[in-house]
Design a protein around this ligand. Sequence first.
Ligand code: HMG
Ligand code: MG
Length: 301
Amino acid sequence: MRLPRRVRMVEVGPRDGLQNEAQIVSAATRVGLIDRLSEAGLAIVESGSFVSPKWIPQMADTAEVLARIARKLGVSYPVLVPNMTGFEAALASRVEEIAIFAAASESFSRRNINCSIAESLDRFAPVAEAAARAGMRVRGYVSCVVDCPYEGPITPAAVADVAAKLLNLGCYEISLGDTIGTGTPGRIQAMIDAVASAVPLDRLAVHFHDTWGQALANILASLEKGVAVVDSSVAGLGGCPYAKGATGNVASEDVLYMLEGLGIGTGVDLVRLAAAGRWISAELGREPSSKVSRALAAKSA
Ligand code: HMG
Ligand code: MG
């Protein structure tokens, strides 16, 4: 089995995780989480979204969060941006990177951002151009790369098509999202094969929700295909407000433990990461859903 020697971990907990909390998490708590994650060695900590507060009230204080975090040199704090209104807010907050987010499913696109896939790409084009002029990096997401909660199975060709269009808009990386976590390793590899015919492998990331418990297996299957960037969420926080029943992202602690076991370097410290996960879980009044975090706690008890 040939695997990458290093993997870049993209932490999405403060955005993908907290956007799905029933309770509104205060800006102070979001700041506390982001700072703990950067201290754990994560070089990319997705920190919020500049989206409509009517759609996602949990991310409403993103400007305040970005103003208060202790920005570490070499750490990027990207935010999701759906349109030019969001871009202007990101610019004002001095972020170095934004993420635009499309879907491979028409129905999900309409539910999530209230427009068709084609309209969303038209909306993202000026955002990507403005970001390039401002010297900001742009990451692209494709949601529903395996199944859609409204349409069912999505063809790999549909995923490849949207991924290629995001690449053409200037995205430096495309993150492939199994939004409802139904994918299994064989389907993931077939999807990556299709996307890799349109987008170079070294421009791809994977983003797994763990609803069906397949995320670690799917990550390993993706590494085998040569993908070396993995999104995850500390303590397994998260879900998607427009994908009913979808649980959190794969837990960052579990991903890191697996990568360490495979001898793959990340630059992230497991003890500090697990401490960050326990801290935010305590703030939210529950146990981390990360099995590694629970095992570490049991071992030290
Ligand atoms: P719309 O209602 O069609 O937009 O929503 P609109 O342009 O008609 O504006 C409606 C109102 O929103 C207006 O305010 C705008 O000013 C305001 P009003 O006049 O009613 O007071 N507005 C904004 N406010 C702040 N920031 C903005 C902004 N834009 C408009 N940027 C829109 C369209 C895209 C705005 C809306 O659908 C939206 O915000 N959607 C966001 C949904 C979202 O964030 N979903 C979760 C992230 S995606 C995800 O989790 C998947 C991922 O993790 C990968 C995976 O797992 O698959 C990435
Ligand atoms: Mg997600």
